[in-house]
Design a protein around this ligand. Structure first.
Ligand code: FAD
Length: 457
């Protein structure tokens, strides 16, 4: 192989996890080589968070045009110009990508372009050149998974193709009612598509709190988004018109296309991981809670590590590992304390234990909950939306879960995240002042209620 190059830290993969690790590592004085075979920014910037949120914003504008008359504005919805929608979305991505490239360069991180493969506990082979790192951080991310025997291609697509479509289908089947499936259902419905979701588990977004889910499903139904839950996919046939999808319960559906959104698998195959001695479980890299693989000084972060597959988890794990290598003893990144948002209309935003999980953890009689209905919130009435804020508390103890449903509730997860991470009591939050009129007041009201002094509730 060609000339060897040595770094304190080699990072494999320049997505949310990898580039965050690299940035924190150079800040701590390490020399860093960041290996990326595609584009810095990874899934989140190019095929995930950012493009989906751009589409959701176009969707919101479309719904605004439809609803405008209600607010005394004469405008109307005509049609979706997919070329323009994509141009807007791609412009956002391009701007962020330029910014990230500039940032990485300005910090003195060495970007190594190419596909890397772990060659030993301290070396990575990038297309024939071997690089050495005293420490190695693996951050190779994830890909759209399919079901066994279900082939992607033609009119059976994943989120990767759905994000670059240059037309609006008339009808679409979405296989999988998780976050990604529900976000696309929301976008497409606003774009005028007749959408049907198929989900094997008994409900949509099954990891969220049950009463939030019930209200979310009601809101989706009201929007005309169809869904079949608790029913399994059997097969799909493609023809000139589109797809014919059969379920195990005998139902069939026809549509222009089918989006497969059944989860994401780790990118860990043929990368030398097992040969180097790492333990994989269904492809995921097993680490201890400090993200060490147990082999040499190799760490793993982001979507290849079992648990929540979220960009901000990857970022934080990247920062964590850089600090861990520096001996700073950072606080462990716990999935339970990570905020989660489903950016559909309406949005779901949550952090901490669901009511069910809290009952399992603390015991049935050791859990208190409160649900505040946004019908009582002034700002919600003005913007014409509803929803709920639900708190889960350990009896006589701290708030252990906050679950919110409603328009733009994701913007409020910051306060909820502090409350749960700082183990605040409702009595601590009750005297904090929430600006009027904001939807954020609902969070304040819910805490007032749990502290025994409901104001408007
Ligand atoms: P990735 O971002 O996947 O980055 C991995 C990088 O490694 C890639 O750039 C890849 O090219 C590179 N790589 C892989 N193998 C090699 C190799 N052998 N050599 C060199 N480079 C390699 N998360 C959120 O928090 N919020 C959202 O709103 C959100 N929306 C999403 C919407 C969609 C449609 C999808 C698909 C995902 C979404 N996610 C969201 C999830 C988020 O994108 C991921 O959790 C995040 O990107 C994971 O970061 P990562 O660094 O682990 O991996």
């Amino acid at each position: 192989s060609a000339t060897a190059q040595e770094f304190d830290i080699l990072v494999l993969g320049g997505g949310s996890g990898g580039y965050a690790a690299a940035l924190r590592a150079v800040q701590l004085g390490f020399t860093v080589g960041l290996i990326e075979k595609g584009k810095l920014g990874g899934t989140c910037l190019h095929n995930g968070c950012i493009p989906t949120k751009a589409l959701l914003h176009s969707a919101e504008i479309a719904d605004g045009a439809r609803d405008s008359e209600k607010y005394g504005v004469k405008a109307s919805f005509e049609s979706i110009d997919m070329a323009a929608v994509n141009a807007y979305k791609d412009g956002i991505i391009a701007g962020k990508y330029r910014g990230l490239q500039g940032l990485i360069k300005s910090k003195g991180i060495t970007v190594i372009e190419g596909a890397g493969k772990l060659a030993s506990q301290n070396t990575i082979d990038v297309d024939g050149t071997v690089y050495t790192g005293k420490h190695i951080i693996l951050a190779t991310g994830s890909f759209s998974r399919s079901l066994p025997g279900l082939e992607i291609g033609g009119k059976v697509i994943t989120s990767d193709q759905a994000l670059t479509m240059d037309f609006v289908p008339k009808t679409a089947i979405i296989l999988g009612g998780g976050v990604i499936g529900c976000e696309f259902a929301s976008v497409w419905k606003s774009f005028g598509v007749d959408v049907t979701i198929i989900e094997a588990l008994p409900s949509l977004v099954p990891n969220e709190d049950a009463s939030i889910v019930k209200n979310f499903e009601r809101a989706f139904k009201k929007r005309g988004i169809k869904f079949n839950t608790g029913t399994r996919f059997k097969s799909v046939q493609q023809n000139d018109n589109g797809v014919v999808v059969s379920l195990e319960d005998g139902k069939t559906f026809e549509a222009d296309l089918m989006l497969v959104a059944v989860g994401r698998g780790p990118v860990t195959q043929n990368l030398g991981y097992e040969e180097a001695g790492l333990t994989l479980d269904r492809g995921f890299v097993i680490t201890n809670e400090r993200l060490h693989t147990g082999v040499g000084s190799i760490y793993a972060i982001g979507d290849i590590v079992p648990g929540l597959q979220l960009a901000h988890r990857g970022f934080q794990q990247g920062i964590f590992v850089a600090e861990e290598i520096a001996g700073l003893k950072p606080v462990v990144v716990a999935d339970l304390n990570i905020p989660k948002v489903t950016y559909s209309d309406p949005e779901i935003a949550s952090v901490g234990y669901t009511e069910k999980a809290a009952r399992e953890k603390f015991g049935d009689d050791r859990v208190e909950t409160h649900e505040y209905n946004l019908a009582g919130n002034g700002k919600s009435s003005i913007i014409g939306t509803g929803g709920i804020v639900k708190l889960v508390r350990e009896k006589d103890g701290p708030i252990v879960g906050v679950h919110m449903l409603g328009s733009r509730m994701g913007e409020q997860i910051g306060e909820a995240q502090l409350i749960v991470n700082w183990e605040a009591y409702p009595e601590d939050v009750a005297p904090l002042i929430h600006a009027h009129p904001t939807q954020n007041e609902a969070l304040g009201e819910a805490h007032l209620a749990l502290a025994g002094k409901p104001l408007h509730g």
